[in-house]
Write a new protein. Sequence first.
Length: 201
Amino acid sequence: MLIEVAGVRVPAGRAAEAARLVCEEYADDALYHHSVRSYFFGAAWAEERGLAFDRELFFVSALLHDLGLVPPFDSHTLSFEEAGGHLARVFTAGLGWPTERRDRAAELIVLHMRDDVAPERDVESRLLQVGTSADVSGAGLEAFDPSFMDALVGAYPRLGFAKSFVRLFQDQAERKPGCAAAELVAREWAERTVSNPLDQG
């Protein structure tokens, strides 16, 4: 794994490496690359604004945030982000994180599918929202330097991510019609996602 892209670094340490290994093992390459790109987008956004954030907490949450979409962790009753939050709590318990920090990892994952969080209230949750929105549908890409985006996609290619991700959300919507993914699918989200400028280069 590249530890730096365009000057933005990933955290070192056991927690970050374990999250990377779990994501790489359970997600396909397109979803794994999306998770990593989401971290880099969020971290770059924070650094550009001089925002202090918990890099380890954010990285772990970014790498785990979509694992509720993959069969081993998909729930037939819970939305994927809620299932992912539970996965994060179990994962970080294994790392010996205290309850409050485990709760934070779960909170970031759940909130990334909710209404925008103000960075002054919860910076890490906002960063995951920024990172995932930019990488999935292209929302907010105007905030990023084109050279950064080129370097990021060069390091972690898209690999047909948009179309495969739309299919994952459509599956969630069909099986869990009351979930946040279903709300997005009912709008023009799919069209925006497959038209993401990151895929047009």
